[in-house]
Design a protein around this ligand. Sequence first.
Ligand code: SF4
Length: 295
Amino acid sequence: MPKEIIVKSILNKTKKRDAWFLDDYTVNLYSSCSFNCLYCYIRGSKYGTNLAASLSVKTNAIELLDKQLGNRSKKGQYGIIVLSSATDPYLQIEKDYELTRQALQVILKHRFPVHVITKSALIKRDLDLLKEIDKVAILPKDLKTSLGRGCIITFSFSTLDDDVASIFEPGATRPSDRLDAMKVAIDQGFLTGVSMMPMLPFISDTTEHLNLLFSTFKECGASYVMPATITLFGNGKADSKTLVLNAIQKHFPHLEQRYTKYFSNSHELPAYYRDAFYKKMKELSEVYGISDRII
Ligand code: SF4
């Protein structure tokens, strides 16, 4: 059973809206994340090596969200709420707790726009509510014309290979099932795209796999693909760098030397590698006719 906790605040106002994710607010209904991705940026000693074991449910989240959104709406402070920035809104326990579903009901009541980012197919359950939000949400003035609707759905992928994903994202929905959920969202007319973050060096950022990713997303009808290289932090046993390097040593021993060379003294790939990656992404974005931004 996950731990149940009481929190003081649930609606976080961001300092500045991110150009990729368009977040004016973020809401995390769970603390930690049972999808347990090895590369996850929330990793560190706070949550331990298995993020699933430190999962907590914020039991007063809905009541608080109702109050905080009520206050913001009275002041006309409408903005996009990102669900979620430090967990996934559709973890396995969401089936029982339904916190995300309840949060969407509250968001709909107060008419805030949402951007849902997930690695799960469970989002299909809530497309009814998201459709309502899409229609009735009040957008911040500067997004009224450029965005013009109240719901964005982003599916996150670091690979399309189910076996590779089972190593690096052991708790998440398989990419093949994620793709099916994405097709459902697109067929229902949602503004839907992909966060290709992070790409796994020499595994999912090969020319062959990148073409597979772009052609698959294009075929599904994704409106945008937002790619990024990996960042890995820390040398402690619960840190992302340690966990990813251990996985490389175990499952991809032929890549160990290259990963060690790049990451032993840095949290990111060398500048020349990143430059070449983003140049390639720009080319692929043009070749496949998919935007690299939501708007
Ligand atoms: S789904 Fe996102 S928040 Fe959860 S472990 Fe993976 S990267 Fe971290």
